[in-house]
Unconditional design. Structure first.
Length: 190
């Protein structure tokens, strides 16, 4: 019981920090300015790790690998810690352990990305309804636009209402289910 509570707390904290690293990655990828409250928060929570890692790990094709790789490593460490606490490490061969830890860690990053996109799309929709001129509305819209653009090309406005966020959210739910099945399949290998 106590071990399960410990793992839940660690998973939640690491997932929040992974979300900040991934938000930094997406903001840099989309060239969204960090001169706003959200950007300043992301920088303040991730600079201590990203800046030193950036000295060792350069960017790749314009992508900030110093934000992406630590997110994956942190998720893999949570998987390793979970297997260790549950006593599953001794039962696995080393190759299987590496495959499960890195594979489930990568799926953890994918899950966090999907939740991050869901949050940004929901915030964008709420801002468009409530206060489109809010200080964070521009940042949130800039973050959600690349994900909504393909849907907006296909789905027309219905009575002046943009249904593309609903379609994207449905697709994200399907992808979350696929990630959960992949995680289950990998953990089943353990």
């Amino acid at each position: 019981m106590l071990a399960s509570l410990f793992l839940t707390v660690i998973d939640a904290l690491v997932s929040l920090f992974t979300g900040m690293l991934l938000m930094r990655f997406v903001m840099q990828w989309q060239r969204v300015t960090f001169r706003n409250p959200l950007g300043q928060f992301v920088l303040a929570t991730t600079d201590w790790l990203v800046v030193p890692v950036r000295r060792v790990i350069p960017g790749l094709f314009g992508f900030d690998m110093a934000s992406l790789l630590p997110a994956w490593i942190l998720q893999a460490l949570v998987v390793f810690l979970t297997l260790m606490v549950r006593g599953s490490l001794g039962l696995m061969d080393p190759l299987g352990l590496v495959l499960v830890v890195w594979g489930v860690g990568l799926l953890g990053v994918a899950k966090t990305v999907l939740y991050l996109v869901m949050g940004v799309v929901l915030m964008s929709a709420v801002f468009s309804w409530v206060n489109p001129h809010a200080p964070l509305a521009g940042v949130v819209n800039a973050l959600s636009e690349p994900f909504l653009r393909p849907f907006r090309r296909v789905i027309p406005l219905v009575g002046g209402v943009d249904l593309s966020p609903i379609a994207l959210l449905l697709l994200l739910q399907v992808l979350l289910s696929a990630v959960a099945m992949g995680r289950y399949a990998l953990v089943g290998m353990a």
